[in-house]
Design a binder for this molecule. Sequence first.
Ligand SMILES: Nc1ncnc2c1ncn2[C@@H]1O[C@H](COP(=O)(O)OS(=O)(=O)O)[C@@H](OP(=O)(O)O)[C@H]1O
Length: 138
Amino acid sequence: MDNGGQWKRGSSRPRWLLSLLCCCDDLGRSRLLGAPRCLRGPGAGGQKLLQKSRACDPAGPTPSAPAAPAPRLASANHSAPPKLGTKRLPQALIVGVKKGGTRAVLEFIRAHPDVRALGTEPHFFDRNYGRGLDWYRY
Ligand SMILES: Nc1ncnc2c1ncn2[C@@H]1O[C@H](COP(=O)(O)OS(=O)(=O)O)[C@@H](OP(=O)(O)O)[C@H]1O
C-alpha cells in the first residue's frame, strides 16, 4: 500500500489526470498556499519540480531555532486526525488536461505534512467507478 507515503494503483499513463489529496480546512479552502515557504526537502516528491520553486532562505531554520510547525488542518467532516489504517474518501481533487501542469500542482501541495495523496491517478470516475466507494477510499 504505502510507498514513502504514496499510494500506487496501476502504472498506465493517463490521458486525463485525476489526482487525489486532502487539503481542505473548515471553510473548504486550502491554507497551503497562504504562507510562502521553501518546499525543498530530502524526502519531498517531485524534487525536479520543487527545484524550480522560489529560492530557499539561505540561512534557513537552525537546529536551535526550529521553524514553527505547519498549521494543522482541520477537515470539514472529521474533528480528529484519522487513525492509522482508517480509509476515507478524498477531500479534494485535482482535475486537469494532459500536460496542463496538474502534476506540478500535486507535488507542491503534497509537500505539506498534512496532505496525503495518491502517487498515481486512480481513474475512479472513468475506469473504476464500478468498483464502488469502498475501493475508492484510501
Ligand atoms: N509552472 C509551469 N510552467 C510551465 N510548464 C510547466 C509548469 N509546471 C509544469 N509544467 C510542465 O507541464 C508538463 C506536465 O504537465 P502535467 O503534469 O499535466 O503532465 S501529464 O499530463 O500528467 O503527463 C511538463 O512539460 P513537459 O516537460 O514538456 O512534459 C512540465 O514541465
